[in-house]
Design a protein around this ligand. Sequence first.
Ligand code: ZN
Length: 213
Amino acid sequence: MDENKPMNNLPKPNKDLNSKRTDYLEWHDFFMATAFLAAKRSKDPVSQVGAVIVNKERKIVGTGYNGMPIGCSDDEFPWSKSSDPLKSKHLYVCHAEMNAVLNKNSADVKNCTIYVGLFPCNECAKIIIQSGIREVIYLSDKHAHKKETVAAKRMFEAVGIKYWQYKPENQRIVIDFSEIDWNNQRQVPYTPIKEILENNIDTSRKVPLTLDT
Ligand code: ZN
């Protein structure tokens, strides 16, 4: 094992504060991770799927996750897979791709790319096609055997929508809120509290403290 290589296979973090970081997120990782973060909003007990739509300028123009329609209570509508279709979630839940398209903050999503955790179903494929999205990047294809997925691929191929599976180099991207500890930053600008701590300033007198000897 290469001792110099970290466990996560990323280049060794560059601690030189005067040159570019090397362990930053690549674009594909960033957008797919954003889709996964959106999925964390889902109340679905079985599958949490997120989607992110990105334009040609690499700007996010829509996000979504699978959930009940607006106004249909998460507590009143079913989340199970019942044999009675009206008691099953499938007739009610809006998929992530549909929500991402409908949540768009741009005039349209023509020629955009959609990142999605799971290969789109046939209903979402129709929405993707009609919205003008031209590329689908997915992570899991676990339903490849299902007729919904087969139909989706058939439609994408018929209209020339490019689809491909993204294989991340790293299986984990950690979000650690404690990473930013402002009072321990080694770079300017100073925060007032840091100045006080490092220079041992008496805040009542605004002058450096001197020790009594
Ligand atoms: Zn769908």
